[in-house]
Structure formats: C-alpha cells, structure tokens
Design a protein around this ligand. Structure first.
Ligand SMILES: Cc1ncc(COP(=O)(O)O)c(C=O)c1O
Length: 361
C-alpha cells in the first residue's frame, strides 16, 4: 500500500497535491511519502517477528536520500552500504555505526580504514585478499573488525541477468566449496573477528524457492564450520525480495518471506541480518517532471525532464498529476502510447506510484 492517491482528480502525496509542490519548488523533483516508508518498514519488521535475533540494514543503494534514511533510522533500521559516501549518508541520517553493514565488492583501503575509524558493526568480506587487507589495517589501528564471509551459493535467482549475483560465474562472494578453507585461514588473522557468513543471490526475486535453496546451503556451511571448531553467531541473508512493476506479476509478501526464513533457519542459533532495499522504498516516492515539448509526428512525441528508462531495460510507470475526465481512479502502467498524453495538463510525467509497489500488502 502506498500514500499516493487521486483526490478530486488531483494526485496527492499523502495530503499534499503534487501540482502544488511543482508550483512551489519546480520540477523535476523527487517526492517521498514518509507514511509509506514507515508502513513498509513496519510490515517488513513485523514479518520477521518470528525470528528471535535479527538486525535489519536498509540497502542504501536502493535510495541514498538522507531524508529517507532518517525515516528508516527512526524505525530502527541500520544500513547496508557499499562505499565511504554511503557510510557518510547513513551516519548523517543518525544511524549508529554499529548498525551499519559494509558490503560491496570494491572497498578501497581508505574506505576500510574509514569504516574502522567510524566503528562499523560488520564488514562483509567478498574475497580472501580483502579479508587479509581488512585484518592488516585493523591490526595496525589496534582494532578488531567484526566481519562475515560472503559466499556464492551457486544458485540461480531466476531474475534479470544484470541483477543476479548468486551464480558461480558472478563475481560476488567466495565459491561456497572454497569457503571452509578461506574461513579457516582468515579466522587465524589478528585484527579480524570472523563471526559468520553472508549471501545475496540477486534482486527483484519473485520466487522464494531459489532463496530458500541458497539459505539451505548456508545452513549446511554453518554446521560444517562449527564442526571444524569455528564460533558462528551471525548470518547475513542479504536482500532481494521483488516488487511489482506489472499488475499481473505479484511478488511474495514480506510475511511469505518471513515464514520461509523461519523455516529455513530454525536450528541455526545465530543473529540474522537482513538487507532489504527496493521492497522498502520501491513505491514510496515519485519523480515529478514536466513535458517540455510535444513533437508533432514523432512516435514518442513527448520531450520531458524524465530520466532515460533505457538502462537495464527498465520500464518507468507514469501517471498524470492532474487527471483528465474518464481516467482511472488509480494511476496505472502507461507504456509509450501517444493517447495517454493527449490533452495533457500542466504537470504530467512521473513514475506511477504503483511502480515498485508492494503487491497490496
Ligand atoms: C549485497 C546486497 N544486499 C542487498 C541488496 C538489496 O537488494 P534488494 O533491493 O533487491 O532488496 C543488494 C542489491 O543489489 C545487494 O547487492
């Protein structure tokens, strides 16, 4: 559920008409709904009520706006970051350093040092060499880095190739069959407190089956590592829950996900970390833009301030800030079709609030 609705033909963000925002601050402008963010944070958290020990770290890559992060910080969320810049944003939003997870395949030495100085709560190690560098820097600072080893479970998430991260040919994490050896070597290093594992097999996942399969492999590895004498008290389950961009494709709900996690991890006896991204923010904001020109005769005649939708074959969903007679009550997906733009009003183009929606939960 989101808080973008038409009232008397005018699209509102909560109680504010979008057209008024356009008049007051101009366009293009991103507009976020705090009520929607709070609701999604609450629904996600409640879906995990069944998990005894947990920490939720919002994946900042899904939306790095500090105002958005402040709302999530007040909901008790930490952050999942992939750069020093994202760390600064999380800290500026009031997220305690201990609640921040430093993920990312390309952390520089400077960023690792900054993270250690800030007191980051968990470093997710992507490869053995990175773990060794982190240990060396931490030891040189007289610190110990809390860390987990990201493994690649070799599971096909069944999502778009560009956002699939859990197959062995993907560059993310260490191969799961090499993990016991790498874990043993890294856990001997001073400066590193290797506490467990992490995995994230991809984004925009609609089938919980592959995620459960990946968690099954993680559980097996936890048992193996404990049998080898390692102390394991954390597992980071990543993010990945999909959001609907098309009406007839409905993703699993957070409650479905929570039930699956409870089943898959019931005997792990660890603190579980979660890194949800788009499922929290997907339909919590809109980009309000104007049509600048209408080019007669062109197939796609509208020239606006809209960002290019071509990247990663993204589709943008659009609705009008002021509805014409006879239009639907709810915004809907509007592909490049000229008739949609006929007789347009003043403020026209924005991703439909249902884009990146939540399937109605
Ligand atoms: C390591 C990691 N965690 C979490 C996420 C967030 O994923 P999503 O937005 O699909 O929940 C991503 C997305 O790429 C990621 O790479």
């Amino acid at each position: 559920m989101d808080h973008f609705t038409y009232k008397n033909g005018v699209l509102h963000a909560e109680d504010v008409p979008l057209a008024r925002i356009a008049e007051e601050v101009g366009t293009p402008v991103y507009i976020y709904s705090r009520a929607t963010l709070e609701r999604h944070a609450r629904v996600f958290r409640e879906a995990l009520d069944v998990i005894p020990r947990k920490h939720i770290a919002f994946a900042i890559k899904a939306n790095p706006n500090v105002a958005v992060l402040k709302v999530l910080a007040r909901q008790g969320f930490g952050a999942d970051i992939v750069s020093g810049g994202e760390m600064k944003r999380a800290l500026a939003a009031g997220m305690p350093a201990k609640d921040i997870v430093f993920s990312g395949v390309g952390k520089t030495r400077a960023e690792l040092r900054e993270g250690l100085e800030a007191g980051i709560g968990q470093f997710n190690i992507e490869l053995e060499e990175e773990g060794a560098v982190l240990a060396e820097i931490a030891a040189s600072m007289g610190k110990t880095a809390d860390a987990v080893l990201r493994v690649n479970p070799d599971v096909d998430a069944g999502t778009h190739a560009k956002i699939s991260t859990g197959k062995k040919e993907n560059k993310f994490g260490v191969p799961i069959d090499e993990a016991p050896g790498i874990f043993a070597r890294l856990s001997r290093l001073p400066g590193l407190n290797l506490r467990g594992l992490a995995a994230h097999i991809g984004s925009q996942i609609f089938d919980l089956g592959p995620i459960e399969a990946a968690y099954g492999k993680l559980g097996e590895l936890v048992r193996q590592l404990r049998a080898a004498g390692h102390h394991i008290d954390r597992v980071d389950l990543g993010g990945g829950l999909g959001v609907p961009y098309e009406r007839d494709k409905v993703p699993p709900t957070p409650a479905d996900y929570g039930a699956m996690v409870a089943r898959a991890t019931k005997d792990w006896d660890v603190t579980l970390y979660f890194e949800p991204g788009r499922v929290i923010v997907g339909n919590a904001g809109v980009l309000l833009t104007r049509v600048i020109w209408v080019k007669p005769g062109a197939v796609h005649p509208f020239i606006s301030q809209h960002r290019r939708p071509g990247v990663r074959e993204r589709r943008h969903l659009r609705a009008r800030a002021r509805r014409g007679r006879g239009e639907e009550r709810r915004p809907r997906r509007l592909p490049h079709r000229r008739r949609l733009w006929r007789d347009h009003g003043q403020h026209l183009q924005q991703p439909c609030p249902r884009a990146g929606g939540d399937g109605g939960w």
